[in-house]
Design a protein around this ligand. Structure first.
Ligand SMILES: C[S@@+](CC[C@H](N)C(=O)[O-])C[C@H]1O[C@@H](n2cnc3c(N)ncnc32)[C@H](O)[C@@H]1O
Length: 151
């Protein structure tokens, strides 16, 4: 089994256990990070429609805030079906977000270069092994060299 799949499956178990949903929804200090504020500021300065990809979006607390920037469309990718269900409930009726159940590595490999104005992830990369982290950065950098907001 791929290393990144086993990491995602570990998360699936935590989500299914019902503990993580609450943690991710009530992320305390994590809810507002300087990086997220910086990204929202930058997006708000840009005119026209903007597309943001959030990977490992969890319960969607960060995607929800990204939607506050004007003319932003968010694609929120998440592997856990429980988290995806939560996000679908949270974003029901909103037209400027798409929730996608996928493995982020597979999703990134299929995404065309330049399709997003920014790629964002909070608390995702540092739970990966070094080799998966390198692979993730490599995949993102290759397609969107200047638009990466990882924390
Ligand atoms: C520490 S949580 C952070 C969640 C959210 N970004 C936040 O800050 O609340 C990491 C998230 O990444 C997701 N994840 C882990 N591996 C993944 C993969 N290969 N593809 C998609 N999502 C993944 C997990 O299911 C989990 O929801």
């Amino acid at each position: 089994m791929d290393e990144h799949v086993s990491t995602a499956e570990k998360y699936d178990k935590v989500w299914r256990g019902g503990i993580y949903g609450g943690f991710s929804k009530n992320t305390g200090g994590e809810r507002k990070t300087p990086l997220l504020a910086d990204l929202i500021r930058r997006l708000s300065k840009k005119t026209g429609d903007k597309k943001v990809l959030e990977i490992g979006a969890g319960s969607g607390v960060h995607s929800l805030q990204l939607l506050n920037a004007k003319d932003v469309f968010v694609s929120a990718v998440e592997h856990s079906s429980i988290a995806v269900q939560q996000m679908k409930r949270l974003f029901q009726g909103r037209k400027n977000i798409k929730v996608i159940k996928a493995d982020m590595f597979n999703f990134l490999m299929k995404s065309p270069a330049g399709h997003y104005d920014a790629v964002y992830a909070n608390a995702v990369a540092h739970f990966l092994s070094m080799s998966d982290r390198k692979r993730l950065f490599g995949l993102v950098k290759k397609r969107w060299p200047r638009t990466v907001f990882f924390r």
